[in-house]
Design a binder for this molecule. Structure first.
Ligand SMILES: [Zn+2]
Ligand SMILES: [Zn+2]
Length: 341
């Protein structure tokens, strides 16, 4: 029997009797990271990197959870399980599963660029690699993050000069903290939505060099004039935004690299910054594992799978219920348009 199987409940290790990021209720779940499509309710026991544990409590309530360090090994019925940094969001992990000399790695979501809020992605040599493919098309080529942060700060400065507050919309877990680390505090106050604040409070290992405040009703009128507000995408078009008028909004997502998608958004601007690997990043990560067999999950699994086959690798697309960045950022219309499999 293979070391890992793709079942209708999730990625399963029959020898170790555990699942990785399952979507149905199971007894023992190894969680790659705390995003909603990877960490779901209803598992009897959760194992994850210790940075993910407070976020899992925040999101899932009372659960049985154990936190481990990167490189720390847990045994399940003779199967070794070790987490390695995935560089996607704080606490995000690749899961190395070893048994009788055979090594499989499940990447979860990952990126190679060091964002300075995560421990950077670390390639792990293995026989079989399970990769995501959220941005697994050659058209996805990210600019260096510094370029995007400069664009964002310029946009803020411009809005401020025009008497407007800037509203930056990005996923509350990961993206928001990455943005908050790279703003220019010389331009004014920095405020966050409550859901972003909750993540900050539960991620004390991220240090910010300037004050970040939670937006609250007690602040006087005009307090946020010309400020930068970081909020989740769901805040777009909501009543919560009213108090910041006049304001400009911008989405921050890898999907914003596609002009057609950017144009159809209701926001005033879009910045292409992603916490997933781009096409070259995926290929570099896959090569670095030296794996000869690749399973490709959520995203453009068929496209990336066929490309890997053309390189002589054994590759196949597998169906999972992970949703990629589309769920985090875009309304359904775009989610459907970017699904290709
Ligand atoms: Zn994720
Ligand atoms: Zn994902």
């Amino acid at each position: 029997m293979p070391l890992l199987e793709f079942t209708d409940k999730g990625i399963f290790c029959p020898q170790g009797n555990f699942y990785i990021d399952p979507w149905e209720n199971v007894d023992y779940a190894v969680i790659t990271h705390a995003h909603a499509d990877h960490a779901r309710k209803g598992m009897k026991y959760y194992l994850a990197h210790h940075w993910s544990i407070p976020i899992l409590y925040l999101r899932l309530g009372k659960i049985n959870a154990q936190g481990v360090e990167y490189g720390e090994t847990i045994y399940r019925n003779g199967v070794r399980v070790t987490l390695f940094p995935a560089g996607h969001i704080p606490g995000s992990s690749q899961v190395l599963v070893e048994y009788k000399g055979e090594r499989w790695v499940v990447s979860g979501d990952y990126k190679l660029e060091n964002d300075e809020i995560c421990i950077p992605f670390e390639p792990v040599k293995c026989h079989v690699f399970v990769t995501e493919s959220t941005f697994g098309l050659p058209i996805y080529q990210w600019k260096p993050q510094q370029v995007i942060f400069e664009e964002i700060n310029r946009w803020w400065q411009y809005n401020r000069a025009n008497g407007k507050t800037s509203i930056l919309l990005g996923y509350a877990l990961g993206k928001a903290q990455r943005l908050l680390k790279n703003l220019n505090p010389a331009f004014g106050r920095i405020g966050v939505h409550g859901s972003v604040w909750n993540v900050i409070e539960n991620s004390p290992f991220i240090k910010y060099e300037y004050p970040i405040e939670k937006v609250s009703p007690s602040q006087p009128k005009g307090y946020w004039d010309g400020a930068m507000i970081v909020a989740p995408p769901s805040a777009d078009g909501s009543r919560w935004l009213k108090k910041f008028q006049p304001y400009q909004t911008a989405f921050v997502s890898g999907w914003m690299s596609i002009r057609g998608i950017r144009r159809r958004k209701a926001t005033d601007a879009g910045f292409a910054l992603s916490d997933h690997a781009d096409w070259n990043g995926l290929l570099r990560a896959i090569r670095a594992t030296e794996a000869q067999e690749i399973y490709v999950t959520h995203g453009y699994a068929h496209v990336l799978g066929r490309y890997l086959q053309s390189l002589g690798l054994k590759a196949s697309a597998v169906k999972t219920e992970f949703e990629g960045e589309s769920l985090h950022i875009l309304p359904n219309e775009e989610t459907e348009n970017v699904e290709m499999s």
